[in-house]
Design a protein around this ligand. Structure first.
Ligand code: PSU
Ligand code: MN
Length: 303
């Protein structure tokens, strides 16, 4: 095991005994939601994973240590500290570790640390992707490259249309990342169940998803897998309302020349302001929904 990694005792025990474990990210806590809903949600997600038979491992960098499994106090710290915690992508890890700093892990770094710890399944809300206008900005999330090279399954609610969803799917195809729709043949667009873009395969049971991942791993393919799980109907937002908010947010980001790692958090915060908090409720519910599915898949995987 690498000397920079700390696996929480409960997580280490589960892994040693071949029990199901589900990783969770921390950027969603520090940068994705306001306090205290971020902490409440993070703790509730851990509870849902337990209720569905798996052990949760929330991932972060604390004091330069790569952590797989956090205490409630550590989750509270990340939530309270919010934007003051570095949003940690792949390029940030060596510096945070060397300088003993904290980092909130994105999909990228959560996949990396999960893999170092031996965890195969990870639940989150949405992933990063190819941004609209990427043909000139070259803003393509490191999440896509990580999916190309790290064998961890990411269960999400698709991607928000702050991204160019068509180009995001093209990128994943090029990189050999299977995109699965759970109970759907359409890519979900986070707040809404449909996007107009197809996924690669529709699967209707956690067992099928687990089998596909095991086959990928046993063949020695190095890619991850993207499982997209549509938001439950009752929590989905009106497409016109959310798309208007997204368009306004994208226009403001352009006007203010927001770029680099600030872009995604800026867009997410703007959308929340514009929709007056309705989107937060949907966001929380879809994360719960993904946690349930990830736990079920993790249970199938260890059978
Ligand atoms: N998209 C969301 N919610 C999020 C993120 C993305 O709908 O919380 C976060 C995730 O941590 C994701 C990161 O990995 O933003 C992507 O950032 P970027 O686009 O800068 O790569
Ligand atoms: Mn980016």
């Amino acid at each position: 095991m690498n000397k920079y990694l700390d696996i929480a005792p409960e997580v280490a025990e589960a892994l040693a005994k071949g029990k199901p474990v589900v990783a969770l990210e921390s950027t969603i806590i520090s940068h994705g939601m306001p306090y205290p809903q971020n902490v409440e949600t993070a703790l509730a997600v851990e509870k849902i994973i337990r209720e569905n038979g798996a052990v949760p491992a929330t991932i972060a960098v604390l004091g330069g240590r790569l952590k797989a499994g956090l205490s409630a106090e550590e989750i509270d710290y990340l939530g309270r500290t919010g934007l003051a915690v570095t949003k940690a992508s792949r390029r940030d890890l060596p510096v945070l570790v060397a300088l003993g700093k904290d980092g909130a892990t994105t999909v990228t770094t959560t996949m990396m640390i999960a893999h170092m710890a031996g965890i195969s399944v990870f639940a989150t809300g949405g992933i990063g992707g190819v941004h609209r206008g990427a043909e000139t900005t070259m803003d393509i999330s490191a999440d896509l490259e990580e999916l190309a090279q790290t064998p961890v399954m990411v269960v999400c609610a698709g991607a928000k249309s702050i991204l160019d969803l068509g180009l995001t799917l093209e990128y994943l195809e090029t990189k050999g990342v299977p995109v699965i729709g759970y109970g759907t043949s359409e890519l979900p667009a986070f707040y809404t169940r449909s996007s107009g873009f197809g996924v690669d395969y529709r699967m209707d049971t956690p067992a099928e998803i687990a089998a596909a991942f095991m086959a990928q791993r046993e063949m020695g393919l190095k890619a991850g897998m993207l499982v997209t799980n549509p938001i439950p109907e009752e929590y989905a937002m009106d497409a016109a309302t959310i798309n208007r908010a997204i368009d306004a947010a994208v226009a403001e980001a352009e006007e203010k020349d927001i770029h680099g790692k600030e872009t995604t958090p800026f867009l997410l915060a703007k959308i929340k302001d514009i929709t007056g908090g309705d989107s937060l409720d949907s966001n929380i519910q879809l994360v719960f929904n993904n946690a349930r599915l990830a736990a079920k898949v993790a249970c199938e995987m260890v059978k």
